[in-house]
Design a protein around this ligand. Structure first.
Ligand code: HMG
Ligand code: MG
Length: 317
C-alpha cells in the first residue's frame, strides 16, 4: 500500500497552540512487562525517544525493588544514561528512601504518586490515602528545597477496580492536597482506562477552581479504547500536557485490568492533524516502537504504529 504521509491540518476550535508530551514508556511501559528488560535496552529506548524529539522522558522508578523488580536497576540505568541538556528525565519516588536514592543518582525531577481511592492506596503504597500524603510531604518539601521539580500523579480518577465509580469531589480533594504539598505539576490518571470524555470535562471543570490547568497533565490508559477521545476532551478544557507511552506500552501491576497507556504515536497523529506541533518526529518514534516490540517479542498495540509499519512510510525496521 502506498504511504499516505502525515494527515492534512484541519483546524478545530478551543485547543492549545502547543502540547507537551510526557513520554512514560520507559517507566509505565516497562514496569508492567513480565520479563525484565536488560538495562542496555532500556537506555537505548530512552536515547531513541530523545533522538525522536521528546523533551520529557520518565526514565524509571525508585520504588521498592521487590514491588517492581522490572525497574530494580534504576541506579545502574541513570549512571549509564547520557542525560542531555534541555531534556527532563522524571523518576517515580514514593518516600524518603526513594528520594535519597534518586538524589544520589543526580535526578532533577521526581514524581510522587497518590491515589484518589483507599483501595488502590493500600494495594500500591501499603498505606491509606492520608498516610500516603503524610509519606509524600517530607519528600516534596526536601525535593523542592533542593530545586527539583515534582510531578504529583493521582491514580484512579474515574474508576477503581475495587471501589467502582470515583466521585469527582473525592478526586478534587486529594488533588488539592497533593498540590498543597508544593508540587509543580499534577497528572490525572485513568489507571484502568474506563473514563469517557464527558467525565473528563466534568472533572476538569470542578478542578479548575483553585487549580491552574496549565500545571495539569492527563494520563490515560487505553483499556477501553477511550484514551484519545479523552485526551481531546482534556485539551478542549484547557489542558496542554499529555502523558503517553511509545507504542502503547504500559499498565500497573497493582491495578487489576490496567493495560497500556495512550500510544504516543496515536496522539501525535491526532495532534499533527489538528496543527499542534509537539517537536516529536513520528517516523523516528514508530521505528523506535517497532524496535522495542522486537525486544519484547510481541507487536505494539498502537494503531498508528501498525498502520505506518504496514505502509512503509516510517522507514521502520
Ligand atoms: P512498605 O513495605 O510499606 O515499605 O512499602 P516500608 O516503608 O515499610 O519499608 C520496608 C522496607 O523497604 C525497608 O527496608 C525500607 O528501607 C525499604 P528494611 O528496613 O526492612 O530493610 N524501602 C525501600 N527500598 C528501596 N527503595 C525504596 C524503599 N522504600 C522502602 N523507595 C512502598 C511502601 C511505597 C515502598 C511500596 O509500596 C512501593 O514501593 N510501592 C510502589 C508500587 C509501584 O511502583 N507501583 C507502580 C507505580 S504507580 C502507577 O503505575 C500509576 C501511574 O502510572 C498513574 C496511573 O496510571 O494512574 C503513576
Ligand atoms: Mg499509569
Amino acid at each position: 500500500m502506498a504511504a499516505i504521509g502525515l494527515p492534512d491540518v484541519v483546524a478545530f476550535t478551543g485547543l492549545p497552540d502547543q502540547v507537551t508530551i510526557c513520554e512514560v514508556g520507559p517507566r509505565d511501559g516497562l514496569q508492567n512487562e513480565s520479563t525484565i528488560v536488560p538495562v542496555e535496552v532500556k537506555i537505548e529506548f530512552i536515547e531513541r525517544l530523545v533522538d525522536a524529539g521528546h523533551r520529557v522522558v520518565e526514565a524509571t522508578s525508585f520504588v521498592h525493588p521487590k514491588w517492581i523488580p522490572q525497574l530494580a536497576d534504576a541506579e545502574q540505568l541513570l549512571a549509564k544514561l547520557d542525560r542531555r541538556d534541555g531534556v527532563r528525565y522524571p523518576v517515580l519516588v514514593p518516600n524518603l528512601k526513594g528520594l535519597e536514592r534518586a538524589l544520589d543518582a543526580g535526578v532533577e525531577e521526581i514524581s510522587i504518586f497518590g491515589s484518589a481511592t483507599e483501595a488502590f492506596a493500600q494495594r500500591n503504597l501499603n498505606r491509606s490515602v492520608a498516610e500516603s500524603i503524610e509519606m509524600f510531604a517530607p519528600v516534596v518539601a526536601t525535593a523542592r528545597e533542593k530545586g527539583l521539580r515534582v510531578r504529583a500523579y493521582l491514580s484512579m480518577c474515574f474508576g477503581d477496580p475495587w471501589e467502582g465509580r470515583v466521585p469527582i469531589g473525592q478526586v478534587v480533594a486529594v488533588a488539592h492536597r497533593l498540590m498543597a504539598l508544593g508540587c509543580t505539576e499534577l497528572s490525572l490518571g485513568d489507571t484502568i482506562g474506563v473514563a469517557t470524555p464527558g467525565q473528563v470535562q466534568a472533572l476538569l471543570a470542578d478542578l479548575r477552581t483553585g487549580q491552574d490547568l496549565a500545571q495539569v497533565s492527563v494520563h490515560f490508559h487505553d483499556t477501553y479504547g477511550q484514551a484519545l477521545a479523552n485526551t481531546l476532551a482534556a485539551l478542549q478544557s484547557g489542558v496542554s500536557i499529555v502523558d503517553a507511552s511509545a507504542g502503547g506500552l504500559g499498565g500497573c501491576p497493582y491495578a487489576e485490568s490496567a493495560t497500556g497507556n495512550l500510544a504516543t504515536e496515536d496522539l501525535i497523529w491526532q495532534l499533527t492533524g489538528l496543527g499542534i506541533n509537539t517537536g516529536v518526529d513520528l517516523d523516528k518514534l514508530v521505528a523506535t516502537s517497532l524496535w522495542m516490540a522486537r525486544q519484547l517479542g510481541r507487536p505494539s498495540p498502537s494503531r498508528v504504529v501498525q498502520a505506518l509499519a504496514g505502509s512503509g512510510s516510517s522507514g521502520a525496521g
